[in-house]
Ligand binder design. Sequence first.
Ligand code: XMP
Length: 311
Amino acid sequence: MDYRQFARAQIAHIRRTIGQGRAVSALSGGVDSAVTTVLGHKALGNRLKVFFIDDGLMRQGEPETVKRTFAKLGIRVTIIHAAKTFFAALKGLTDPEEKRKAFRDTFYKVFGKMVRQSGAHFLLQGTIAADIVETKKGVKTQHNVLDQIGISAKRGYGFVTIEPLKTLYKPDVRRVGRVLGLPKSIYTRMPFPGPGLSCRVLGEVTPERVEVVRRACKIVEEETEKFKRFQAFGVLLADRATGVTKNGRRLFGDIVAVRCVDSENAITAAPTRLTWPVFERIQQRIVKEVPSVTKVVYDLTPKPPSTIEYI
Ligand code: XMP
C-alpha cells in the first residue's frame, strides 16, 4: 500500500465532501483520531475546528498532553469540560452494553452541540476497520460506529460523519501517521478505547472508581514499557477481596486485574510474557500507590475467547 497516496486521496476526499463548509474533529489523543485530525487539518486548515472532550475518563494528564502536542503541529485544540455530564449518564449502570450506549449517546450529544455551535455540518472521526467489524458482529458496541449499524448521525445528532480511516487496521493507521509527519510518540502510541477508562471499570463507573483504575493503568503502562506490547492497563473488578493492612486491620478492598497483550490488529491477542520481577514491581506499586487495592491478578486469557478490554 502507498501510504502517501492514501493520505493525499483522503485529503482530497475531505476537501471535496466539505467544499467551502466547516468540519469538527473529535480528538481523543489516540492514534486514530490524531491521524484523522491531521488529515482534516491538511484538507481544511482553520475551517476544521478540533475539540477534545474531557469526559473524566481519560488517562492521567491527557487533556494537557494532547493540547501541547497538537499546538506544536500548528493545530489548536479546544477542550470541552464534560466530566459531570458523562458521570451523570453512567450513574447506576452496571451492564456493559448499557454503559457503552450511555457513553456513546452522551458523546454525540455533547459533540452535536459543538458541531451546531461552530456552524459545521460534518464530524471527522477516526473509526477504523476493526471498530466496524466488531460492532457489526455484535461483539460490542464501539462508541464511534453509527451509520454502519443503522443509526443515522444526521437524524440523531444533526451532522454527517466522515471517516477517512474506516478501511484500515491499526498498523496501517500508524504508517499513515508516520508519512503525515506526526511525532513518533503519537503514531506508535498504545490504543486507548473511545469510552476511556469506563471500559476498565466493571460495575458502576464513579469518579472514585475511575481514579483507582487511572492510577493502576499508569503503573502498568510504565512498568511494561520495555516490552513490545500492543496494550497494557489495569482493570477494576466489580468484586472485592479481604486483605490485611500493615497494622493488622482487615480491609475488604478492591481487586485490580492487570492486562497486557501482544497483537497486530486487535482482532486477536495473546497475553504478553512478562517477567516475574515485572509482575512483582507492578503488584508492589499498585498496592502502595492505590491503597484501596487488596488484590492484584494477571489475566492470562487470549482473544478469543476474551476480548482485550473487559466490557
Ligand atoms: P476489544 O476489547 O473488543 O478491543 O478486544 C479491541 C480494540 O479496540 C479498542 N476498543 C475501542 N476503541 N471505541 C474505540 O475507539 C470503543 O468503544 C472501543 N472498545 C474497545 C480496545 O482498546 C482494543 O484496542
